[in-house]
Design a protein around this ligand. Structure first.
Ligand code: UTP
Length: 295
């Protein structure tokens, strides 16, 4: 195990997108506030980052996204009311959602020019150290959080680490796809990255799922503001430039991802997280069985 890698203390959460796939729900409410079971998406990913040892949480935010920072704030009236009513379990949940003083940082992306541009907006807050990126609309369910698993790969190999998952070949044009030169192991060295390739051109069926550990040199490439697939400034394109220069590995993590930015992924995640809930899980399963029997 290498002891020379700089620790990953900071994580970026890009939340400045328009969430067009979820309109009209996201017309005035941030997509990242959509709840999966009893927590908004953003809280799920913040908790994943916390479990992995992240100390500084950087939101790249935009217009009409103030609700996101409010969610992590101290709510004195609410806490006093819950306390007076003896609702200790709810009070504990509310307190759990607060960010400790000095750990939440905000920067703005004035226009949603793409994920790569959103990450570039956090450049000054990151400085010269490696960092994590978590996309809040992707939830990952597994025994251990995905970012924590990735930290293990980083400790071992250093450099850049991206979480990947297998997708059907006909769907490669929806994702960033990794070329590992045919290596299908749990951890593989990255040889190339392509954003949304056609099925016939895709170098593999291994897709990037929205969890990254990156070196600060990626900002040098993002600063060129080159547009890629969909006319957006893509993070994938900037990452691709680091491949031959720094260690770069994939982790085929234990667990499953849910794209909660799509309606189908959102509904599936609510079923899965609902079934796994300590309090309502049994009832959710009974309801699903009941519904299934009528289909
Ligand atoms: P998505 O592409 O899934 O989000 O980006 P979107 O653009 O908001 O959604 P659709 O496709 O229109 O429905 C993944 C994450 O990156 C953020 C989004 O807020 C989301 O959390 N993002 C995306 C930015 O912060 N800025 C951007 O320019 C693009």
């Amino acid at each position: 195990m290498s002891t020379h890698n700089k620790p990953i203390r900071k994580a970026i959460f890009p939340v400045a997108g328009l969430g067009t796939r979820f309109l009209p729900a996201t017309k005035s409410m941030p997509k990242e506030m959509l709840p999966i079971n009893d927590k908004p998406l953003i809280q799920h990913v913040v908790e994943e980052a916390r479990e992995a040892g992240i100390e500084e949480f950087i939101f790249v935010t935009g217009r009409q996204k103030e609700m996101l920072e409010e969610h992590f704030d101290f709510q004195p009236e609410l806490e006093a009311t819950l306390e007076a009513r003896g609702k200790d379990d709810m009070l504990a949940k509310v307190r759990d959602s607060e960010m400790p003083a000095g750990s939440l940082f905000l920067t703005r992306q004035p226009k949603p020019l793409g994920l790569g541009h959103a990450i570039w907006c956090a450049k000054k807050l990151i400085g010269d150290e490696p960092f994590a990126v978590l996309l809040p609309d992707v939830l990952i369910k597994g025994e251990q959080g995905c970012l924590r698993q990735m930290m293990g790969v980083y400790d071992e190999h250093g450099g850049n680490v991206i979480a990947v998952e297998d997708v059907p070949r006909e769907d490669t044009n929806k994702y960033g796809i990794v070329d590992t030169g045919g290596d299908t192991g749990k951890i593989a060295a990255v040889k190339g990255l392509v954003e949304k390739p056609k099925p016939e051109d895709a170098p593999s069926t291994s897709s990037v799922v929205g969890r990254y550990i990156l070196q600060p040199e990626v900002f040098d490439h993002l600063a060129a503001f080159e547009t890629g697939a969909g006319g957006e400034i893509q993070l994938t394109d900037a990452m691709a430039k680091l491949i031959d220069v720094q260690p770069f590995h994939t982790l085929n993590f234990d667990g499953k991802s849910y794209d909660c930015g799509s309606r189908l992924g959102f509904i599936t995640a609510n079923i899965i997280f609902g079934m796994a809930d300590d309090q309502i899980g049994k009832d959710v399963k009974a309801i699903i069985k009941n519904i299934a029997s009528t289909l």
